[in-house]
Design a protein around this ligand. Sequence first.
Ligand SMILES: [Zn+2]
Length: 217
Amino acid sequence: MSKIKYRDGSKIEVMQIPVGTMANFTYVIADRETRKACIIDPSWDLEKLLEILKKNGWDLECIINTHTHFDHILGNEQLAAVTGAKIIQHENSNQPGDKFVKDGDIVYLGNISLKILYTPGHSNDSVCVLVEDRFIFTGDTIFVGNCGRVDLPGGDSRKLYNSLFNVISKLDGSLIVYPGHDYGKSPTSTIKEQKETSPILIPRTEADFVKFMSGDD
Ligand SMILES: [Zn+2]
């Protein structure tokens, strides 16, 4: 059994669930008032996710994929078939989905707003999900102390540079970072802490960053 972590908010419940053998995290976000829930990146342990929904009396409204690499979408169709949830992905996705979103779009979950930030670089359909100025779900754009690789199809270190320095670094420092994998010294962090400690967020020129990502640094 993997651990389940609770993060209490005034009306938002966030559960971070370690799944699979590649240190992935799946997340359940719920609005306590309306009992509507969203799952980010379902892949493995679907029984456990369904149990969480049932136990809390939450309705799964939507599934959001931070990007469409297999380890973030594997559970989509099965979970959607059982719950009727809609699958939401960035418009550059070439995987099956119900709703395709772009930068700045807002998905409402009861009284909670989930804002889509387009952050390509690791893949061309990578997004971060900003929840009520409190949490940011970063997928494989940033991990605690690191970032996603850029050498897979659709990866682009120039685009990642823009996402890291013109999107992520400009966010409110107090936001809690929930990454797509447990690759860091802790499972979560904050934007402020990442800007102060993560080697990938050290200010660099774009050219220097491209060199750094190619390992020639
Ligand atoms: Zn990925």
